[in-house]
Write a protein that binds this ligand. Sequence first.
Ligand code: DAH
Length: 339
Amino acid sequence: MEQINALRAGVETALAAIKSPAELKDFFGAYLGKSGQIQALMKSLGALSKEERPAAGKRINDFKEEVLAKFKAIEAAIEKQELLKKYENESVDISMPAVFRSPGALHPVSIIRKELLDVFAGMGFTLYEGPEIEDDYHNFTALNTPQDHPARDKQDTFYITEDTLLRTHTSPGQIRCMKTMKPPFKVVMPGRVFRSDDDATHLPMFHQMEGLVIDKGLSMCDLYGLLDSLAKSVFSPDTKTRFRPSYFPFTEPSVEVDVSCCECGGSGCRLCKETGWIEILGGGVVNRKVIENGGLDPDEYTGLAFGTGLDRIAMLKYGVNNIHILYDGDVRILKQFKG
Ligand code: DAH
């Protein structure tokens, strides 16, 4: 009994000190386990007489049950405490600001490209993409712009060799299409073009979209209808269009196409320089010489052609006044355009 009482004092203090699963385990090992102190007490029964042994054994067993019961109660409390700790660590604070990942957006020029291609696809046009590195013949000569033609000065060209260059417009695609496609056909040619230019509204690289229709008996009226419905789709249904006489070596007659100003609706503002009109396109009836250079008979086939600047349309539509903004790669600006 003395030994049990002495052990009980130690057990009480040890139980009271348990704070963690590890301490719980240590306690079990020290007192209740196979080599624990209560088991040692059991083993010492051998030293007692036969008569004393059963009563002493019962006391030790009762003591063990008593300790085990207390141990179980503490074990349950510690388990509960550990679970609460775990819940606390895993809990989500729903008042925290969320981590926001931008889903990204198409570049404004890509949006315009897509919009235009959609309109053209609806009118039965097919897509063609010519090479960015062109030869002098396709870029100029075949488009009725011979070596000494003053129109060459209008387009400052990046030459690679005397004969190869970065295309200054998408128009050379007209020759390539006429040579490979069977008329009648309607084709659009979007792509990058390059000129030695750099100011608020010009960059050395920009985007154009060329259109070419080859068929029999086409007229300026067909071109007007086509471009008018294009302008209405891209800007707004109440956009007005007008043709102004102009000059390009590859078309005869040639026109420049204006749309009513998308900012003021035609009443006059800074964007349209108080004229109410904004130029967006060049076009015309394909020059007979160009039809010939494309390998077709100009007495049999007529062509309608036009070319427009995608960056320029993007700037007009989204109110961007400096072309550099489109290419500075500032995502704070670019992500505003969702198309
Ligand atoms: N290639 C011309 C330019 O870059 C635009 C153009 C004008 C294209 C008239 C055409 C056209 O197809 O018929 O300024």
